[in-house]
Write a protein that binds this ligand. Structure first.
Ligand SMILES: Nc1ncnc2c1ncn2[C@@H]1O[C@H](COP(=O)(O)OP(=O)(O)O)[C@@H](O)[C@H]1O
Ligand SMILES: [Mg+2]
Length: 494
């Protein structure tokens, strides 16, 4: 007996059908079946699907002969009909609980059987590749993420950005480009989105029209729906990179110089408190991950994030993720709650994925009270800007503390600010390494050890420039000595 025969139930559990479950359980009356068939036809008429069935947009039949063109159209219609019928039949016979135990090959075999059984009715010659394409599409539609599946699977794509059903952009090799992937309509997009959100255990509906979630594979998803999103649902997916970039690779990719990498390695090993500052998508988290490789194997590290994405290689890591409030506005556990608790968990180092709120107070305190070697990222445009962001966050948290005192606290808490940036050509670079060395009067004193000097733009639009060591020596030379770190004499240039 096939897995589908065993569970002759409706397909509703996938959230594909909008009808309530009670209705779906009964055998559908013919009106409903017709309705389903119509919806299915609409879906199958979907542009990119049709393109793909004809062998992709580039392979569309090119002929001046009207009759031939008509024949090609008729064939496409038949293929669409076939696909539609196969899908309708899948909806009738599929059941999620059965599918969970089946593997991809088994499910595809079943889909193949259904497709094959339908071929005689359609009077169509189905090539092997046509059939495989239909099977793949149906498989993704049923089991996976429909049109998104292909983008999710492509490891060279780092970001997927959806602006309503018809516009899907991807970032590939640092370049943002529109794709020919689209959804049938807003409802189709929402259905796929709900499927993804359901996997994460978060909610997305009228009352909470946006969501920030981590997908099972580690990718990050943000979505916002109408009425807040005006022209269709907005989705951004930052794909999880299986291979994290190491500091050596960052040097190879020209994200920083050898000397900068050597200095950063020393800074992490010697337990300096580090803030990585930059804009959205500038590579902060990537660098934080890379730097974490130099945390000692014997140290106990606790990480705190709003959406877990850090991947430390150490054995001794405790990970925490904050939680938003539930539908009654209760049960929130903030980063600050996590951080306060973390301080009671005997950490050697604390890493906060991104500091953006009142947890800043506890972070500064922790950095000042023996948890040196702590690291975080912050959204800012320069080292100076990063420190004012810290001050602003403290002020926003409602802490009344004279500015001078606050600055002295920042000066003693933070040792190094790493500024990263996504340049105009899409490359990401460490554009500045700046040490915080103290406080003179009410002014923070900093020294920039390294920076990226932007010299121009090449004819093909690439940023030209080089990394410069300013010649200033590290304020923390004694500390490096204590940790037995010997940096080559010329690291700081000059
Ligand atoms: N130096 C780099 N070279 C190439 N790609 C990078 C580099 N740094 C980061 N990336 C990629 O850029 C994207 C955004 O990086 P991420 O660290 O998540 O940014 P942020 O935390 O600043 O938002 C990721 O896909 C990441 O793999
Ligand atoms: Mg990040």
């Amino acid at each position: 007996m096939s897995i589908f025969d065993k569970y002759r139930q409706s397909f509703g559990e996938f959230g594909y059908d909008e009808a309530p479950p009670a209705q779906r359980e009964a055998a559908p009356p013919s009106g409903e079946a017709e309705d389903a068939a119509r919806r299915m036809r609409e879906f199958m008429a979907h542009r990119t699907m049709e393109d793909r069935m004809s062998g992709g947009p580039g392979a569309a039949p090119r002929t001046d002969d009207a009759a031939e063109a008509e024949a090609a159209r008729a064939r496409r219609r038949k293929l669409a009909d076939l696909r539609q019928q196969a899908h309708a039949q899948l909806l009738e016979t599929f059941n999620l609980s059965a599918l969970v135990q089946a593997n991809e090959a088994e499910i595809k075999t079943e889909i193949g059987n259904i497709v094959r059984a339908l071929v005689p009715q359609q009077a169509i010659a189905l090539s092997r590749s046509d059939r495989d394409q239909i099977i793949d599409d149906l498989y993704y539609e049923v089991m996976g993420l429909g049109p998104l599946e292909i983008l999710i699977k492509d490891d060279s794509i780092s970001d997927i950005l959806i602006n309503g059903p018809e516009q899907v952009f991807v970032e590939q090799n640092g370049i943002l480009e529109v794709t020919d992937v689209s959804f049938q309509n807003e409802a189709h997009l929402r259905r796929i989105l709900q499927k993804i959100v359901a996997m994460t255990g978060r909610r997305l509906d009228e009352s909470t029209p946006y969501v920030d979630a981590r997908l099972p594979d580690g990718s990050r998803l943000n979505a916002i729906i109408a009425p807040i999103a005006l022209d269709g649902t907005l989705v951004s997916i930052r794909k999880f990179k299986k291979d994290k970039l190491s500091l050596d690779q960052l040097v190879l990719f020209d994200a920083c110089s050898e000397k900068m990498a050597a200095y950063l390695r020393a800074a992490v090993t010697a337990r300096m408190n580090i803030i990585i500052s930059g804009g959205t998508g500038s590579g902060k988290t990537t660098l934080l991950n890379a730097l974490s490789a130099y945390i000692g194997r014997r140290e106990r590290v606790l990480t705190i994030e709003d959406t877990a994405e850090l991947q430390l290689q150490q054995a001794h890591v405790g990970r925490m993720e904050s939680r938003p409030a539930n539908v009654e506005g209760k049960g929130a556990v903030t980063q600050r709650d996590c951080l306060r608790n973390a301080l009671r968990m005997r950490p050697d180092r604390i890493i906060v994925g991104e500091t953006r709120g009142d947890e800043v107070i506890d972070m500064l305190q922790a950095m000042n009270t023996g948890h040196d070697g702590s690291m975080t990222t912050i959204h800012a445009n320069s080292a100076r800007d990063a420190t004012s962001r810290l001050e602003n966050m403290v002020a926003m948290a409602g802490i009344e503390i004279p500015l001078g005192a606050l600055r002295r606290q920042i000066a003693s808490a933070v040792n190094l600010i790493v500024q990263v940036s996504r340049l105009q050509d899409g490359t990401r670079r460490i554009v500045s390494l700046t040490e915080v060395v103290g406080c003179e009067g009410d002014v923070l004193t900093m020294q920039e050890l390294f920076y990226f000097e932007h010299t121009g733009v090449s004819p093909d639009g690439r940023v030209e420039g080089h990394f410069v060591a300013s010649g200033i020596r590290s304020h923390y030379a004694d500390r490096f000595k204590r940790w037995n770190i010997r940096l080559p004499a010329d690291v700081f240039g000059g």
